[in-house]
Design a protein around this ligand. Structure first.
Ligand code: IFM
Length: 448
């Protein structure tokens, strides 16, 4: 048996997002977001689920913070809903929205927990979507104004700020694959939205520095590891394209101020161009204080003509899969973060999301014995330790998620929480994985 100890200052945390947990969509002066529209459109979300009530954290945040305190985390990552601050995206500030988050932030600080705030976790005000959404450069200006308002309201209280959560999802999943709000299927739109979000990120970082806001700022990209199934050049190229779509397409501009040329060419051949204006690339590549990585899975694949956008198809090689169908491939976490460090340098890295979806059942003792999720965490913690030992500047880990919540197009049937949400009563029940993580935090490590 070996002991894996984590550094004393390692930041253990959990993460959530506004639309997934808050509910109270018509309270506190909040305006509608694209997710209200999307989830209320028949056929878009499994079971017709919406975020109208979600986990009701808008009213139950104190209970959630008590769970965090008992868990022993150093930090909590949550997002601010832009439509609570600017119900129409721009214009008058809604003081009630700021007051709500002030209560959350103060309660966290009183519990000794560092708030880590995501500014954009997908709830774009519908009024802005009506004017073109992220396809329009005016949304960039609106975002920077919103960010500035929130920076000033909470200056000195927030340790870490994250501009965007998963720009790949905001752009391609939502505007090219049509799976998330606003639900378009258009390659050019995905490319444009990705670029505008990256520019908005850069301008927000600039604004943060100009205003002299305290704390650190970064962004979060969701990376995905793809490996070729064979040694054939076709398979290698196809896997490289698929991987770069998630990874280099976002990481290169963020750190190097360039897009991967082979993918620019690939998109151009399909009729899509990146709408770069003078100065954009320098703006995007602002120096950030940390990079957030959301990591869930990896896969193997091969060349297949006309398959998807990249002539690439995934091959099943016998991994266990979670109940959302994602491979359990902990070593890919190691490979991904090692690659990030080698390719992009010494910027501190935080795993801002990692976790597993399983169809949990509440047992008679009001517990959930989520053996597979606990095992998923244990295996990924081993890889985190391996990364730290090999010199990768991994500074923290946020489990996704504190609570079962509204899993976007999958609705409530897909559960990622370390705490079970009973959607009938809204009662919370810590699962076995919660107690496992609690023990790891309390002991500063674990035995393997
Ligand atoms: O629930 C999401 C989260 O909002 C963003 N990252 C992935 C999670 C699981 O799908």
């Amino acid at each position: 048996m070996a002991r894996l100890d984590f550094p004393q200052d390692f930041v253990w945390g959990t993460a959530t997002a506004s639309y997934q947990i808050e509910g109270a969509v018509q309270e506190g002066g909040r305006g509608p977001s694209i997710w209200d529209t999307f989830s209320h459109t028949p056929g878009k979300v499994v079971g017709g689920d919406t975020g109208d009530v979600a986990c009701d954290s808008y009213h139950r945040y104190e209970e959630d913070i008590a769970l965090l305190k008992k868990l022993g985390v150093k930090a909590y990552r949550f997002s601010i809903a832009w439509p609570r601050i600017f119900p129409k995206g721009i214009g008058e500030v809604n003081q009630e929205g700021l007051d709500y988050y002030a209560r959350v932030v103060d309660a966290l600080l009183a519990a000794g927990i560092q708030p880590c705030v995501t500014l954009y976790h997908w709830d774009l005000p519908q009024a802005l979507q009506d004017q073109g959404g992220w396809a329009s450069r005016s949304t960039i200006d609106a975002f920077v104004k919103y960010a500035e308002t929130v920076f000033q309201a909470f200056n000195g209280k927030i340790k870490q700020w994250i501009t965007f959560n998963e720009t790949w999802c905001v752009s391609f999943l939502s505007n090219t694959l049509g799976i998330h709000a606003p639900g378009f299927k258009d390659l050019q739109l995905g490319v444009t939205v990705a670029h505008h979000c990256l520019v908005a990120h850069g301008l927000t970082v600039k604004k943060f520095r100009e205003l002299g806001i305290q704390g650190e700022i970064g962004t979060t990209h969701n990376l995905n590891w793809c490996e070729p199934h064979s040694t054939s050049p076709e398979d290698a190229e196809a896997a490289r394209r698929s991987r770069a779509w998630n990874n280099e397409w976002f990481m290169d501009p963020t750190f190097k101020g360039t897009y991967p040329q082979f993918l620019v060419d690939w998109f151009r051949a399909k009729g899509a161009e990146v709408p770069i204006e003078p100065g954009d690339m320098e703006t995007i590549a602002q120096k950030i204080d940390f990079i957030g990585i959301n990591f869930y899975t990896g896969n193997y694949g091969r060349y297949k003509e006309n398959e998807g956008l990249f002539d690439y198809e995934e091959v099943q090689v016998g991994f266990d899969r979670t109940d959302i169908g994602w491979n359990v491939y902990p070593e890919a976490l190691y490979k991904t973060l090692k690659w990030v460090h080698e390719e992009y340098g010494d910027t501190p890295i935080y795993i801002t999301e990692n976790g597993a979806c399983y169809d949990d059942e509440l047992t008679a003792d009001n517990r959930v014995h989520d053996v597979k999720r606990t095992e998923y965490y244990r295996k990924h913690f081993v890889q985190c330790h391996r990364l730290i030992s090999s010199g990768v500047p991994l500074k923290g880990y946020f489990a996704w998620s504190l609570l079962d919540n509204f899993e976007w197009a999958e609705g409530y049937r897909k559960r990622f929480g370390i705490v079970y949400t009973d959607y009938e009563t809204l009662a919370r029940h810590p699962k076995d994985s919660y107690y496992f993580i609690r023990q790891v935090i309390a002991d500063g490590g674990f035995d393997v």
